[in-house]
Design a protein around this ligand. Structure first.
Ligand code: 5AD
Ligand code: SF4
Length: 444
C-alpha cells in the first residue's frame, strides 16, 4: 500500500514540475513514506532522518515525513527532528501542492513545520490526478483502506482510520487506465481488501467478488490478485470467484496470526482456528491448486509454549506456499501493549526461529513440487543475465527463464513455461516452444 501511495504522491507532484530521482542527494524534496506496524520500522524513520539532515544542510532540500509514523507521531516528529518541514498522514497527501505552496510563502521566515494528520471527510481518491508514470506490467490499485477490526496488537485502525471502499466505477476507470498504459496484471489493495463494499454502478453496493467479476471483463487485463484479506470476510461469492473466474490467480494471502484459539481471542481476531481451516478447505475444493500464504505473530502477550505448539500444528496442517512471521512488537495506544504478561525477547526469538524453519521447509517443498509442471508465466522484466527474462507464475513465484529462450517475446506477454528448477525464492523455467525445439534437436 505504501508503494501505491508513494506513486500517487509522485502523480500529485508531477504538475508542479517534480519528477522522481534515483538518489536523495539529487532531490529538492525528500518524502519518507513510513510504516508504523512494528517498532523497528518506525524507529528506522528517525535514523534515516538523521542522515537526511546532512543533505538538507548541503542542498537546501525540503524534508517531509508521510505515512503511518507521521499519522501516529505527528508533532513528536518535529520535536525529535526539528529540521523536518512537513508531516502528513496517509489520508492527506492529495493536499501536497497546497502544503508546498504554504511552505514556499513562508520560506526563509523560519516558520514552524506543517503538520497535517487529519482524517478529512472527503476521500483523497477524489482529488488524485491520473498517473504520471507508466505502471509497469504488474500494477497496484487501492480499492479499500482502513480497518474497523481492531486486533489488539495492531495500529492500523488508528493510523489508517475507518474502513472506506472506493466506488466500483472509479476503480474500473483506474483499472482501464492502467491497462491502456501497459499493465497486464492488477493487484487490488486494501488493509482489509475482502471487506470491500463499494457503491455499485447499478445501485446498492458490490462486494469484492462482484468487483473482480466486473474487472475481469476488461480486455487486456490478464491477471487479477488481491491483498490483504481477513478470514472473517471470506464469503461464498469470493470462494466461488476462485472456482469460476480464470483471471483470478490461484493465490490467497490469508493471515491467521496464531494457531491457538485462546490467543486468537486475546488478539480480538474474531475467528477460531477451526473456522480458518474450514475456509482453507472450501478454497481448496474450489481451486485445487490454490497457493496459500499467511502472516504470523509469535510471542503475543500471554502466549505459552503450548499456544505456540498449536501454531506450528496449524502450519503443518495447512501447508503454506510461503508466509511472513514476526515477533510481537508492542505498539503505543494498542490494547495488547498494556497487557502485563509480555513474552521475554529471547523466547520470542526462539519461537520465531522454529516457525521460520518450518515455513522455509514448506516453501522449499511448494517450489520443488512445481518442477516438471508447465505453467503460464507473465514476463515482467529483463533478467540479470544477457537475453534472460524474469516473470511471475500464477502462484506469485519469480520465474527465471533460460537466457535466450524468450527472445522476441515482449515484456507483458504470458508464455507457457516448463519449470525445470526450484530454489528457495524462485523457479527456473524454459519456454515450452523452446523446450519442444530442443527435444526435436536431440531426437534428430
Ligand atoms: N507486532 C508484530 N507484528 C504485527 N503485525 C501487525 N501488528 C504487529 C505487531 N504489533 C503483523 C501482522 C499483520 C502484518 C501486516 O504485520 O501479522 O498481518
Ligand atoms: Fe490490523 Fe489487519 Fe487486524 Fe485490521 S484486521 S486491526 S489491519 S491486523
Amino acid at each position: 500500500m505504501n508503494v501505491y501511495d508513494s506513486a500517487r504522491m509522485a502523480d500529485v507532484l508531477a504538475p508542479l514540475g517534480y519528477s522522481p530521482v534515483e538518489e536523495a542527494k539529487d532531490a529538492d524534496l525528500i518524502i519518507l513514506n513510513t510504516c508504523h506496524i512494528r517498532e523497528k520500522a518506525a524507529e528506522k524513520v528517525f535514523s534515516d532522518l538523521g542522515r537526511l539532515h546532512g543533505l538538507k544542510i548541503a542542498n537546501r532540500a525540503l524534508i517531509a515525513v508521510a505515512g503511518c509514523v507521521a499519522q501516529a507521531e505527528g508533532e513528536e516528529i518535529v520535536r525529535r527532528a526539528p529540521y523536518v518541514d512537513m508531516v502528513f498522514g496517509p489520508q492527506t497527501y492529495h493536499r501536497l501542492p497546497e502544503m508546498l505552496a504554504r511552505l514556499d510563502r513562508r520560506r526563509g521566515a523560519a516558520a514552524a513545520p506543517l503538520v497535517d494528520t487529519e482524517f478529512p471527510p472527503e476521500p483523497k481518491f477524489d482529488h488524485l490526478p491520473e498517473a504520471a508514470q507508466p505502471p509497469g506490467v504488474s500494477a497496484f490499485l487501492s480499492i479499500q483502506e482502513g480497518c474497523d477490526k481492531f486486533c489488539a496488537f495492531c495500529v492500523v485502525p488508528y493510523t489508517r482510520g475507518p474502513e472506506y471502499s472506493r466506488p466500483a466505477a472509479d476503480i474500473e476507470s483506474e483499472a482501464r487506465r492502467l491497462i491502456d498504459a501497459g499493465a497486464r496484471e492488477i493487484t487490488l489493495l486494501g488493509q482489509n481488501v475482502n471487506a470491500y463494499r463499494g457503491a455499485a454502478a447499478e445501485g446498492g453496493t458490490a462486494g469484492l467478488a462482484a468487483l473482480i467479476r466486473r474487472l475481469a471483463r476488461i480486455e487486456g487485463l490478464a491477471r487479477i490478485r488481491y491483498t490483504t484479506s481477513h478470514p472473517r470476510d471470506v464469503d461464498d461469492a469470493l470462494v466461488a470467484a476462485h472456482a469460476n473466474e480464470p483471471k483470478l490467480m490461484p493465490h490467497l494471502h490469508l493471515p491467521v496470526q496464531s494457531g491457538s484459539d485462546r490467543i486468537l481471542a486475546a488478539m480480538n481476531r474474531g475467528h477460531r482456528v477451526d473456522a480458518y481451516l474450514r475456509i482453507v478447505e472450501r478454497l481448496r475444493r474450489a481451486r485445487g491448486d490454490i497457493a496459500l500464504t499467511s502472516d504470523f505473530i509469535v510471542g503475543f502477550p500471554g502466549e505459552s509454549e503450548h499456544d505456540f505448539a498449536l501454531t506450528l500444528a496449524l502450519v503443518r496442517e495447512v501447508r503454506y506456499a510461503t508466509a511472513f512471521s514476526f515477533k510481537y512488537s508492542p505498539r503505543p495506544g494498542t490494547p495488547a501493549s498494556l497487557i502485563e504478561d509480555q513474552v521475554p525477547e529471547a523466547e520470542k526469538e526462539t519461537r520465531l526461529q522454529a516457525l521460520q524453519t518450518l515455513l522455509r521447509e514448506q516453501q522449499n517443498e511448494f517450489n520443488a513440487a512445481c518442477v516438471g509442471r508447465v505453467m503460464p508465466v507473465l514476463l515482467e522484466k529483463a533478467g540479470r543475465r544477457a537475453g534472460q527474462y524474469v516473470g511471475r507464475s500464477p502462484y506469485l513465484q519469480a520465474v527465471h527463464l533460460t537466457p535466450g529462450d524468450a527472445g522476441g517475446q515482449p515484456i507483458g506477454r504470458i508464455v507457457e513455461t516448463r519449470i525445470v528448477g526450484a530454489g528457495p525464492n524462485s523457479l527456473a523455467g524454459t519456454l515450452v516452444v523452446a523446450a519442444a525445439r530442443e527435444c526435436a534437436r536431440l531426437e534428430a
